[in-house]
Design a protein around this ligand. Structure first.
Ligand code: GDP
Ligand code: IMO
Ligand code: MG
Length: 439
């Protein structure tokens, strides 16, 4: 392995999203030249807090907050141009001009109004047990179009397809018919409105659209450092997550190949983010969930309300079964354990070490949601620690029970915890081991 200061790296989620990826990417940014989103879209909400100022990024890579960084939206991202432009404008209003340092892949697909409409209508029509609880950002329908090919629109089409206007009209007509047939409504969707979105995207984003694959390979050749920013989390991965209660992309470092055009083997430092407890937004199995006062207390202390949708997040004890699985699937070389401060003041803290399902003890998650939904957690309790950790900056200065908790998790998930979060601010972070050389 190269010296950490010259390695390319990836920060991604080991859970069901919202692990604190934005904070870790922001922390690592000064050591990198490029920050690259490779999956998902505006379903992501990555929060960064700097000197009390809060930024919530959805489509823009977190690198946009750093002047010396080129931010790249890779081929695997599905981009809603309306949301992207709103995000760009909101940052401009705060004095941050991101366009000169933003690059969007020609190969990335556009999320348009009919994708969001389909997302909303299909969720509304689903039964209570089948509803996924999506972010309603049109993510699934856009990835479905990409796989179907004919109805897909990519950024390169905005620049190079002379027949795009006619194609958009055809797509909208076909989609309206399909939506009316399936859900009894087309939501008043008009081709002219979609065309206006496409035209605005072309006019305002043309300078940013480029061959990001070539850009990144030129960067690799010039020994520039690249940081990949995963969205969502491994437990939401379309192949490896709690299917079907997942998102529609490859959320771990395995997504870098397809989503950025860079071979994952070029990226040796894989930092998986996870909270010191578990959370989930939307539907789906959650074995260690706490539907009681303890869960409510975690939600309040951790401010567990969605960055993208504002929905209250479901909370539970740290799930070592799920996290060890995510570590294995992703090959995480390092783990960032966030929100250790939030567990401060609990008399004892729990870790789910196994599942009991149909009379059998499981130490790896079953593939199907039905068995996961029936599974009961086996919880190991450890002593808690006093409330306030936010001023701590060195692992050795943590209260002994907090250190014990971290070490127990390391043993159970079989990966080193290199970063510990003790508060939302960039500065409220402890770094251990070789990663300290990067920061
Ligand atoms: P992401 O999607 O993985 O980037 O995570 P989100 O930004 O959606 O959610 C993480 C939340 O936790 C945000 O509100 C962060 O500001 C906050 N946060 C991150 N790390 C810590 C930490 O160590 N302690 C506390 N108390 N909050 C944190
Ligand atoms: P970040 O990057 C938390 C969840 C949704 C839903 C499921 C499918 O901020 O961690 P989708 O809209 O993608 O079709 O929804 O996935 N989900 C997330 N949950 N954080 C995210 O992103 C998420 N992205 C998707 O709540 O359960
Ligand atoms: Mg989030």
């Amino acid at each position: 392995m190269e010296h950490p200061a010259t390695e390319h790296a990836c920060v991604f989620g080991l859970g069901w999203g919202d692990e604190g990826k934005g904070k870790i990417v922001d922390l690592l940014c000064p050591a990198f030249d490029y920050v690259v989103r490779f999956n998902g879209g505006a379903n992501a909400g990555h929060t960064v807090v700097v000197d009390g100022q809060r930024f919530a990024l959805h489509l823009l890579p977190t690198g946009v907050l750093h002047e010396g960084v080129v931010s790249v939206i890779g081929p695997g991202v599905v981009v809603d141009p309306v949301k992207l432009l709103a995000e760009i404008d909101a940052l401009a209003a705060r004095g941050i001009d991101v366009r000169p340092r933003l690059r969007i892949s020609e190969r990335a697909h556009l999320v348009l109004a009919y994708h969001q409409l389909e997302d909303q209508l299909s969720e509304k029509a689903a039964s209570d047990t089948a509803r996924i609880g999506t972010t309603a950002r049109g993510i699934g329908p856009c990835y479905a179009d990409k796989m179907k090919r004919a109805p897909a629109i990519r950024f390169s089409d905005l620049l190079h397809d002379p027949g795009l206007t006619a194609r958009v009209r055809e797509i909208v007509t076909a989609r309206c018919n399909a939506l009316r047939g399936l859900y009894g409504s087309d939501g008043g969707l008009q081709a002219e409105d979609v065309l206006e979105t496409v035209e605005t995207a072309r006019t305002r984003l043309a300078d940013c659209i480029t061959d990001t694959t070539a850009l990144l390979h030129d960067g690799l050749a010039a020994r520039r450092r690249i940081l990949f920013e995963g969205a969502n989390g491994v437990l939401l991965d379309v192949d490896h997550g709690t299917y079907p209660f997942v998102t529609s992309s490859s959320t771990g470092p395995h997504g870098i190949g397809s989503g950025a055009g860079v071979p994952p083997v070029r990226v040796p430092r894989l930092v998986g983010a996870i909270k010191a407890y578990a959370t989930r937004v939307g539907a789906g199995p959650f074995v260690s969930e706490l539907n009681d006062e303890t869960g409510d207390r975690i939600r309040v202390c951790g401010h567990e309300f969605g960055t993208t949708t504002g929905r209250p997040r479901r909370c539970g004890w740290f799930d070592a079964v799920a996290c060890r699985y995510s570590v294995r699937v992703s090959g995480a070389t390092d783990v960032a354990l966030l929100h250790l401060d939030t567990l401060g003041g609990f008399p004892e803290v729990g870790i789910c070490t196994a599942y009991r399902c149909d009379g059998v003890t499981l130490t790896t998650p079953p593939a199907d949601a039905a068995r996961l939904l029936r599974a009961e957690p086996v919880i190991e309790f450890l002593p808690g620690w006093p409330a306030e950790l936010r001023a701590v900056r060195r692992f050795e200065d943590l209260p002994p029970p907090a250190r014990e908790y971290v070490r127990r998790i390391e043993t159970l998930i079989e990966a080193p915890i290199s970063i510990i979060g003790v508060g939302p601010d960039r500065a409220q972070t402890l770094v251990r081991g070789p990663l300290a050389e990067i920061i």
